[in-house]
Design a protein around this ligand. Structure first.
Ligand SMILES: Cc1cc2nc3c(=O)[nH]c(=O)nc-3n(C[C@H](O)[C@H](O)[C@H](O)COP(=O)(O)O)c2cc1C
Length: 199
């Protein structure tokens, strides 16, 4: 039995969230294949730390037990992570950025010790990560803002094995903007089923 941490970094109400629509379909397919696995939901909207931005005012106590080490411990204790995140202004959402700023901690989740120049050693090699992203525009409209690749590279940096990301692109345009999140997710039905089977 594996423990799966599902991180939600969309600020959209759940029932209207395209990211949640894709995540729900992925988890349905995954649980059909792995019915005994334990799902742990981490909704960053409900976590104080995900609203704390690193600044001069708090840099002294930013990586404290409650806001950073507890979440790093959680990453050590699960087997897999489903990272779900919409594009916000050509980037990952602020909730995801604040989460990552807390858990990307040298000597805890990665190390520069013993690594060759310019490289690091990820300290979470036991993790398997599935990235699920959405964006309003079709893929490629903002080549400088590929939040999906940003997340993939970031989780690989901490040593995780990251499978093929699932991206639902074009949610602000027809036909996806005329569909419910659940209907929009079904446009990726085959891809989601295949990737859920590999996770
Ligand atoms: C504050 C904000 C900024 C956004 N910025 C972008 C953007 O830069 N590029 C883009 O393609 N879509 C952008 N979008 C659209 C979202 O990425 C898109 O609607 C996504 O599917 C939302 O997922 P959600 O429903 O799970 O929140 C933005 C949406 C919001 C709310």
């Amino acid at each position: 039995m594996s423990k799966i941490l599902v991180i939600n970094a969309s600020s959209t109400p759940s029932e209207k969230s395209y990211t949640k629509g894709v995540a729900d379909l992925f988890l349905k397919d995954y649980l059909e294949l792995n019915p005994n696995d334990e799902i742990i939901h981490l909704d960053l909207n409900k976590e104080k730390m995900a609203s704390i931005t690193l600044s001069q005012a708090d840099s002294g106590e930013y990586w404290n037990q409650e806001d950073a080490h507890a979440y790093i411990k959680q990453l050590r204790e699960v087997d897999k992570v489903v990272v779900t995140c919409p594009m916000n202004n050509f980037n990952i959402s602020g909730l995801m950025k604040n989460y990552l700023d807390h858990v990307l901690l040298a000597n805890e989740t990665f190390s520069y010790k013993y690594s060759k120049k310019g490289d690091a050693i990820g300290l979470l090699p036991h993790l398997k990560v599935q990235i699920i992203t959405t964006q309003g525009a079709p893929f490629g409209w903002y080549p400088w803002g590929n939040h999906t690749e940003n997340l993939k590279g970031t989780w690989e940096f901490v040593g995780a094995k990251v499978g093929t990301p699932i991206l639902l692109a074009g949610t602000k345009l027809p036909p996806l903007n005329q569909m419910s999140p659940a209907e929009a997710a079904l446009t990726l039905k085959e891809e989601i089923k295949k990737i859920a089977g590999e996770f």
